[in-house]
Design a protein around this ligand. Structure first.
Ligand code: MG
Length: 267
């Protein structure tokens, strides 16, 4: 058996690792575990596909339930999307994610458009978690994707997520697959499992991939990329999956290095 690796940084998913779901109820033991990492000399950043709260709101929610997390410790799909959309010159958006983030997008310098009957084209159709998304909303994207020149952008393409009642809901991945059937090109995906968010996290903690352990409740969407980039990988069973049956979806070489009930048991 190989010697256990030592890690100088932990890259943590948020929902399912630190907190249970959108209720932000901490996973047992996770507050003390996370808050003790710094004392043990382990740098920690949160690598989050969260698209329901602005980065500042996410930090506030985590602090409210006891996590001593600083804004610079959060690497999120939303700020990365701002960077990538701006780089591509896509400023006029049809935002199909959570309506509560509309104001945040405007604060970042984007125009939100694409209401029914509005003639002016949008430059990107952007998908995030939206519990109230309707077929009518999806149809508003049709003319922009099919006849227009809009790019289809998914902040992540997870198939489902757990809402504030712990219910499994269809996620941006499902809506993205539907809209790709009418789009001119495959969607641009921003968050995990794309490498960009992982690279940003490694840069933030200043360590090489081999020195980092990625901890997540999603072995498919989160840990495969981390493992292929050379990080250690730990699957926790405190979120989306109560057992390791999900590993049947993966090639054995993509299985996590460690499986445990909760993050605090990783040490
Ligand atoms: Mg998760």
């Amino acid at each position: 058996m190989s010697r256990p690796r030592e890690f100088s940084a932990y890259l943590c998913d948020v929902e399912g690792v630190l907190v249970r779901d959108k209720r932000y109820e901490p996973v047992p033991g996770s507050v003390a575990w996370f808050n003790g990492l710094q004392e043990r000399g382990i740098a920690a950043v949160l690598v989050s596909n969260n698209t329901t709260h602005s980065p500042a709101e996410l930090v506030a929610e985590l602090r409210r339930v006891g996590f001593a997390v600083e804004p610079e410790q959060v690497i999120g799909a939303l700020p990365l999307a701002v960077e990538l959309l701006a780089q591509r010159g896509l400023r006029r958006l049809l935002w199909l994610g959570h309506p509560r983030l509309a104001g945040w997008w405007r604060e970042q310098g984007f125009a939100l458009a694409g209401a029914r009957g509005e003639a002016q084209p949008v430059e990107a159709v952007v998908l995030g978690v939206n519990p109230d998304l309707s077929v009518d909303d999806l149809e508003r994207a049709l003319p922009h994707l099919r006849e227009g020149r809009a790019e289809l952008v998914a902040l992540h393409r997870n198939a489902f997520w757990l809402d504030d009642r712990g219910r499994r809901r269809l996620g941006p991945g499902a809506w993205c697959a539907a809209l790709e059937t009418v789009a001119r090109a495959p969607a641009i995906v921003i968050g995990k499992p794309q490498e960009g968010l992982y690279r940003a996290a490694l840069k933030r903690v200043g360590v090489a991939a081999a020195q980092a352990l990625f901890i997540s409740d999603d072995p498919v969407a989160d840990l495969v990329t981390a493992g292929r980039m050379g990080m250690g990988t730990a699957l926790v069973l405190s979120g989306k999956h109560a057992d390791h049956a999900v590993l049947g979806e993966l090639d054995q070489e993509d299985w996590p290095d460690v499986i445990c009930e909760r993050a605090e048991l990783i040490g």
